[in-house]
Design a protein around this ligand. Structure first.
Ligand SMILES: [Zn+2]
Length: 271
């Protein structure tokens, strides 16, 4: 960002807070500077040009001024508003979940441009091809990888032996897969099926479009969700509010076969 008082960066708003009657504190995840918060003056005023640019789930270019307290966003240009994603309640909720994960897993001021590029590519992909649980799992697993907390999946993390194509185990406390013998001595080891291991290895090295083509039966999908969630919880160390919302949305959609989805508010207040 340079030593000047002014700087320009590209980012996505991942959290909002209100200040006074018209302003907003925006937490941005940026390409160059990682996560930081700044004030968008007048962003809540009707007709504000800054307002739409600092909306949640908008990728924009932000011109900012350093100040003693929070920096000030003086100008912004939207680069992608992901309008298709935002028009669909489920997809938008998935996007907000992704934002919350980014927010609560990244410390302020720690740049992670590979994670930023991945975030933008996932949001663009959801905007053009929709979102399902599989996309969220891939995002969670790759997020862990970009943060350096990816489960180790090549050898047993305890004895170092090569994992055989049998039921192994996964331990969040030990950070990866265990052979059956070592799993017996690890209290938080959970069974890891051959297919779950294969899918996670594949997801870590492929494009999102290839990852989408993996067919999962319900049991395998559930196993993957449980494994990845344990690792995510180890990183974020708190409840993820928007995940609870996704669970509720899904169960209501299942109950009503989507007939009553239109009665759920279209906007989610993130403040
Ligand atoms: Zn072992």
């Amino acid at each position: 960002m340079g030593a000047s008082r002014e700087y320009t960066t590209e980012g996505v708003a991942v959290r909002h807070a209100v200040v006074g009657e018209r302003d907003r504190i925006v937490t941005l995840f940026s390409r160059d500077g990682g996560k930081f918060s700044a004030v968008a003056k007048g962003a809540r005023r009707p007709g504000s040009t800054l307002g739409p640019c600092v909306d949640m789930l908008t990728y924009g270019r932000f011109h900012c001024v350093r100040r003693r307290g929070l920096d000030l966003i003086t100008q912004a240009t939207p680069l992608d508003s992901f309008t298709t994603m935002k028009a669909d309640l489920w997809q938008m909720s998935c996007g907000l979940y992704i934002c919350e994960l980014i927010d609560c897993s990244n410390a302020e001021g720690v740049p992670n441009s590979p994670l930023f590029e991945f975030l933008i590519s996932v949001l663009k992909n959801i905007d053009s091809a929709g979102c399902d649980d599989l996309v969220l799992r891939v995002f969670e697993l790759r997020l862990l990888d970009y943060l350096g907390f990816c489960p180790s999946l090549n050898k047993c993390v305890t004895c170092g032996s090569v994992l055989q194509p049998v039921e192994n185990a996964l331990s969040a406390s030990l950070g990866g897969a265990l052979c059956p013998e070592c799993a017996n001595r690890c209290p938080d080891a959970k069974p890891l099926s051959v297919d779950a291991l294969k899918v996670m290895r594949f997801w870590l090295g492929c494009t999102l479009d290839s990852a989408r083509r993996v067919k999962l039966d319900q049991l395998l999908a559930y196993e993957l969700e449980e494994h990845v969630l344990r690792f995510i919880q180890g990183v974020v160390q708190r409840d993820i509010k928007s995940r609870e919302w996704l669970v509720r949305l899904k169960s209501e959609a299942l109950l009503t076969r989507t007939a009553e989805l239109s009665t759920i508010p279209r906007r989610i207040e993130s403040e």
